[in-house]
Write a protein that binds this ligand. Structure first.
Ligand code: MG
Length: 249
């Protein structure tokens, strides 16, 4: 399978769904409260998507039971919302995908609930910044490896490891299209980035080892050593100039 180049009209549709994802994540940021159960965030996400005429991408995807992924502290991605109560200082990573008129948008954000430890705050800041440097590297004519290398170099220069077993991805009519976008790699390698490519970049940074394990529910991915993790993601489009963030808040 090759990387699909989107037309102007298709990018326009992706801008629309990207905006919906951003808006719903914004509502979640406003509504999240200490003592809330993670499943309450999922209900808000469901309602807010429905209000905007969009469907959740994750629900039913390989049997995933919810619209939103909520991963806490040492959990990296794919946490299933449920009875867990969110506590002071927790790192809450929320990942949301939506479908609108046949196109997909995907974004994630980590926040600290209440007052977090300096360690947690630095990790969340660095992960957000790692996404930013990845996006900055996503220029027309650059190589895919330039994005991967930029993320890895930034993360490791701050003393963090990048998760290797889960990656960013192309996105469009499908949530996961070609190419895979690892958060580690070499500058100058991989396919050339071209105008009209739409990509979901998603660095996942750990304080300890990059190694991961999957929980007993078959979904939640955690750090193998129990160290803290954070996750940020945007769907972007490659343009003639700077990349366009389709899920910008
Ligand atoms: Mg994604």
């Amino acid at each position: 399978m090759s990387i699909i180049i989107k037309s102007k009209r298709e990018i326009e549709a992706m801008r629309h769904v990207g905006h919906i994802v951003a808006k719903v994540l914004e509502v979640l940021k406003r509504e999240i409260k200490l003592g809330m159960k993670t499943k309450e965030l999922d209900s808000i996400a469901c309602k807010e998507l429905e209000k905007r005429g969009a469907r959740p991408s994750f629900k039913g995807y390989r049997g995933f039971p919810a619209s939103l992924c909520v991963s806490i502290n040492n959990e990296i991605v794919h946490g299933i919302p449920g009875e867990r109560i969110m506590d002071e200082g927790d790192i809450i990573s929320r990942d949301l995908g939506a479908i609108y008129e046949g196109f997909q948008g995907d974004a994630a954000v980590s926040v600290i609930l209440g007052d977090g430890s300096p360690q947690a705050k630095k990790l969340v800041e660095a992960t957000e910044k790692a996404l930013e440097v990845g996006i900055e590297a996503a220029n027309n004519g650059a190589r895919l490896g330039d994005i991967s290398a930029a993320i890895q170099m930034y993360a490791e220069s701050r003393g963090y490891s990048v998760v290797r077993e889960y990656t960013g991805h192309g996105i469009g009519r499908q949530m996961h299209e070609e190419p895979q976008i690892p958060n580690f790699g070499r500058k100058g390698e991989g396919p050339k980035l071209k105008k009209g490519m739409t990509l979901a970049l998603e660095p996942m940074l750990n304080i300890g080892s990059w190694r991961t394990c999957v929980g007993g529910d078959g979904w939640v991915v955690s750090t193998i050593d129990g160290s803290l993790s954070a996750h940020f993601e945007h769907t972007i489009a490659i343009t003639d100039g700077k990349p366009e963030i389709l899920t910008a808040f």
